[in-house]
Design a protein around this ligand. Structure first.
Ligand SMILES: O=C(O)CCC(=O)C(=O)O
Length: 262
């Protein structure tokens, strides 16, 4: 089955976001099992993202693929590295990290608009995240602003729970826009389990709450291309990878971030 056409590559380059129908259609059970294992055995970064009194449950955790065999299998054996290579136009594809985001039924809290790039210690034009639900999703799928990956200034990173600035230098960033109020082109799709939204680390994105009667379990995988390099940030990054020992301008260390292709 052809997962990626030239038209989809062009769309990804132009919009910084594209839908990959059926990317993990054959891997839904494996990913579901991985998410269940992750929720039963949360890692040190696991978080509950609701304040007291907010309905539902919004769980997330990341950087667990090395201890969750189902995630390692998907990363190694599915077509995702080849799809990433095509979309990024990069022969080399390197692992960054995995992320699980679960909104249980009745979770009204939206995921705030943000771009992932400024939270990370890596930058490049060739980056891609794949966000994939393992439940059918109608309203609560990912919402991405087309073309925002080409904005010159980074969008202000904030903490989702406290709504405070993530770094001490907010003037270095553009304020978080309100894409709906400002009439920006928002791409979003009703999705089946195993479909994936591919988006650049610089693409502005968010999600509605999950008001449906069904769970919204999502797996996000972050990969890097040829031109991605380590950058210093003005504070602890997310994810932090303490003791990584990398220097600005270097590729990410391959013993922690394995090369999947190229
Ligand atoms: O699942 C969500 O609600 C948001 C996902 C997200 O921000 C991401 O995968 O980068």
């Amino acid at each position: 089955m052809t997962l990626v056409t030239q038209d989809m590559i062009d769309t990804y380059q132009r919009d910084g976001v594209v839908l990959i129908k059926g990317l993990w259609a054959d891997w839904v059970e494996v990913i579901r099992a991985g998410i269940e294992r992750n929720m039963a055995e949360p890692g040190p970064y696991a978080a509950e993202n609701l304040k007291p009194g907010e309905g539902g449950r919004f769980f997330d955790d990341y950087c667990n693929w090395e201890r969750i065999p189902e995630f390692a299998q998907v990363i190694r054996d599915s077509a995702v590295a080849d799809v990433a290579a095509q979309l990024m136009q990069s022969d080399r594809v390197q692992m960054f990290h995995d992320h699980v985001l679960v909104k249980e039924p009745g979770t009204s809290k939206p995921t705030p608009w943000h771009t992932d790039g400024p939270y990370y210690f890596v930058e490049g034009r060739q980056t891609v995240s794949f966000w994939s639900p393992v439940d059918p999703v109608r309203e609560a799928s990912l919402r991405c602003v087309a073309g925002s990956h080409l904005w010159e200034k980074d969008v202000l990173p904030t903490r989702w729970m406290s709504e405070t600035n993530f770094y001490p230098d907010p003037e270095a960033y553009m304020p978080v826009p309100d894409p709906d109020a400002e009439g920006m082109p928002v791409r979003e799709w009703q999705m089946e389990p195993g479909d994936a939204v591919a988006f650049n680390y610089r693409t502005l994105h968010g999600a509605r709450g999950n008001q449906a009667g069904t769970r919204r379990r999502a797996f996000s995988l972050r990969l890097l291309g040829e031109d991605a390099r380590y950058v210093d940030r003005p504070g602890r990054t997310s994810p932090p990878y303490p003791g990584h020992g990398m220097q600005p301008g270097a590729r990410l260390r391959e013993d922690w971030f394995p090369v999947l292709r190229g």
